[in-house]
Design a protein around this ligand. Structure first.
Ligand SMILES: [Zn+2]
Length: 165
């Protein structure tokens, strides 16, 4: 590494928060995304890494590292102003989609969400009420893919010096 005045700080990439519900008191989320985006991730050493199956070979699958599904849903707290991606665990995601049917559209719906207990692995409870798309007209739906990519990329960059050592 050679510090130089010519090395400008990189322009910031797109940024969005990923929110995991931890509260046991029910809160209302206004949903901006039409659907849940799902991905498979590996949990290794306390952090998540992308699974490349089925699009490409995945070395973590070859090593039989455990993987799990995670859903991302574009949302804003009702009455709040900053939008984010809500993490949806598999069981809650499955139940939600089952209750809505194949061609579901969540945009404009209110989801009332809470954890069953304050244990982090506790079940996520979701109940929903009908839609009103006029309330969400001012925020465009966002695809979480580029933001998820940046999360993982950041992790890779952070660990690069260790790999070189
Ligand atoms: Zn994998």
């Amino acid at each position: 590494m050679r510090p130089s005045r010519n090395h400008r700080p990189p322009a910031p990439g797109p940024r969005m928060d990923f929110v995991t519900v931890k509260h046991v008191d029910e809160k209302a989320y206004l949903i901006l995304g039409t659907q849940i985006f799902g991905a498979w991730i590996h949990y290794v050493g306390g952090s998540s890494k992308p699974c490349h199956q089925p699009d490409a070979e995945c070395e973590r699958c070859d090593l039989e590292q455990p993987r799990r599904w995670v859903g991302y849903l574009h949302a804003v707290l009702q009455g709040g102003k900053d939008d984010f991606f809500l993490s949806i665990p598999p069981f809650a995601g499955y139940n939600l989609i089952q209750s809505l049917g194949q061609d579901y559209n969540l945009r404009g719906r209110i989801l009332h969400i809470r954890r069953k207990t304050d244990h982090p692995q506790s079940r996520l409870l979701i109940r929903w009420e009908g839609g009103d798309t006029t309330r969400v007209a001012y925020i465009r739906e966002k695809d979480p893919s580029p933001y998820v990519g940046i999360l993982f990329h950041k992790w890779d960059r952070l660990t690069t010096p260790e790999k070189l050592a």
